[in-house]
Design a protein around this ligand. Sequence first.
Ligand SMILES: [Zn+2]
Length: 394
Amino acid sequence: MKNNATNSAFMKLCNRRLILNIVRKKVVSRAELARMTGLTRAAVTLIVDELIKDGIINEIGTAEANYGRKPVLLDLDPNSLYAVGVSITRYDCTIGIMNIKGELIEKRKVNISSSIDAYMNINAIMKDVQIMIEDSAVPVGKISGIGINTPGPVDIHTGTILAPPNFNIWHGVNIVSEFKKDYDLQVYLENNSASLALAEKNYGRGLEYQSFMLLVVDTGIGTGLIINDNLYRGVGGFGSELGHTSVDINGKPCSCGNRGCLEVFASIPSLLENVHRSDKTIKTWNELIDRALTGDETCRKAVENEALYLSAGIVNAMNILELEAVILTGDIQYKPELLLDLIRNKVESIAINRHIRKLPIMISSIVKDSEVISAASIVLEKYFMGDAGTHSSV
Ligand SMILES: [Zn+2]
């Protein structure tokens, strides 16, 4: 009897989470929810009424109908829940507040410096987060948590930044514990590529797919794998590190201990280092692509080389995991068409499943504020995948 009651409560929580995760992605009616979940109309109505009572979902009007009663449409209430995002890069720190619908309502830069220790920087960040929350007038009780993203590797279980290259003052710092000293909130740490994949899944091109790889090409090569709508974290939290798979076993040593890693060839600094053998004037990816597009041979060749390496990485990844799509982001978001065409052509010619299916390869649609949106996404993902089902109210 007791088991039956527990099972029934558990099923109700699972169904609540299922419904919330649909409303999270699209405006729907109760009838649509019943169709999509396979639940009865009565069960859907019960859960939806509860979510409306809890203030998480709103009725926002009616849809057109050919006959009968017009269906009432449901959407998340943007004021029901918020998340704080803290994004620390090698150069700066951005903080923000995002609502449950993924809309950034506050964003600020925090001055941090690599010439002072991490703890002094953390104090400055926390002070500015406090001021930002007060200025925003968001009730603290409606903030679900604080999500922090930094370059990897990080230990997500302890909340510690491990030893990311060129990020020395942060090595070994348990940033989650530091934040928890000041905030009575959930605090989460994730590496920036993984959190970008979460943002892409919920607010970007990833909305169309259940399983995809996000490839971040900037100072390094980062990856975030979404499998069946979940971020793949692996057993130790490393998830996937495509940038550190070798594309040349006799290649240059990499900071990770391996040789000839994809990152050694295809990160933007590596790419520019190669270009500098012929032309030292090019300082950024933007300059390189601008010149390649105007017919500069050296630059065009460099973009072709970049496409070759990234294609090799993509095909290696797809030969291990046959995913639905690959989404690219990072510095290469600038005028990406030339690079994208080259990658698509190459992948189409060498992918093992090329005769069966064409792999969609595209650029991320999240261009502005992606770092801070992705940091706040860590919190909202926790809410929708866990807490949303386990608490009866926010
Ligand atoms: Zn490596």
